[in-house]
Write a protein that binds this ligand. Structure first.
Ligand code: ADP
Ligand code: MG
Length: 263
């Protein structure tokens, strides 16, 4: 089942078109990695996919034009984790995660049992139980990042669009988060996740979209999209690629320019 389709999608910031035109599909059951150099347009594309930035062309969620969905209906279908993780208010971690339930709650209604369950599951998934009653403004960068992801998980939208959610996480929490995404996909949802850790993209994504200067350079399996030739062309890096029983192992190793000047 296709959760999201984008056709002739363009996104502008001011008068400058920074993304597209491009086509993409996201199907239930897949974790799609979005990779590309700084400024490629990943965040801009993801904001548009989540209905948070105006777009040209067409985006459909479950067949319905995204531009015509009311904010509440949209938020029940797609959750967004922004790259900037500012938590402005003096709420506890649990209260911040509960904000993810607002699209499900009639105004002024108390928390339902479903809300409590979703919040508890999101807190557990992000390993936040020990921090649940701490003020969310008094956490480390990586802890804050996990709170922001937990809020989006609590939203229980079929599609999660997460912008560099692994940035600042320690390796154990990075791997655990990618596994949470895999579990969402195995339960019929889908995740679009932008990543600079190409090793995580290679190992945990079903498909990788490589974006450069606002356009799709590759939309393919990780070993195809992240081939050494493409990484050299788009990022200017050399990479070590191998395989172990659990999948691809990819590590950027150097700069193409540096290789050229070495004797
Ligand atoms: P990425 O997430 O891949 O690093 P972005 O989507 O943030 O890229 O940015 C895409 C392009 O849009 C870049 O050229 C960037 O400089 C530009 N851009 C991003 N945010 C703004 C902004 N608020 N105003 C003007 N240009 C912006
Ligand atoms: Mg970005």
């Amino acid at each position: 089942m296709t959760l999201l389709t984008a056709r002739a999608l363009t996104v502008a910031i001011g008068t400058r078109q920074v993304v597209g035109p491009l086509d993409l599909d996201v199907r239930a059951g897949e974790v799609v990695g979005l990779v590309g150099p700084n400024g490629a347009g990943k965040s801009t594309l993801m904001r548009a996919l989540a209905g948070l930035a105006p777009h040209g062309g067409e985006i459909r969620l479950d067949g319905a034009p995204l531009a015509r969905l009311a904010p509440g209906a949209r938020a029940r279908r797609v959750a967004h984790v922004a790259q900037a993780r500012e938590i402005a208010w003096g709420l506890t971690v649990e209260e911040v995660v509960d904000l993810g339930r607002l699209p499900h709650r009639p105004r002024f209604a108390p928390r339902s049992a479903a809300d409590a369950r979703a919040v508890a599951e999101a807190i557990a998934a992000m390993d936040l139980a020990p921090l649940a009653h701490r003020r969310a403004t008094e956490l480390s960068g990586g802890e804050t990042a996990r709170v922001v992801v937990a809020r989006a998980l609590a939203q229980e939208a079929a599609l999660l669009v997460a912008d560099e959610p692994t940035a600042g996480l320690d390796p154990a929490h990075q791997i655990a988060l990618m596994r949470v995404f895999r579990r969402m996909a195995s339960q019929g949802g889908a995740v679009v996740v932008s990543l600079h850790e190409l090793g995580l993209a290679a190992r945990f994504c079903d498909r990788v979209i490589l974006l450069d200067a606002g356009g799709i350079v590759a939309d393919a399996s990780p070993d195809d999209a992240l081939s050494p030739e493409r990484l050299a062309a788009v990022y200017g890096v050399t990479a070590h690629v191998s395989r172990d029983p659990d999948g691809l192992v990819l590590m950027p190793t150097g700069l193409v320019d540096e290789r050229e000047v070495r004797p």
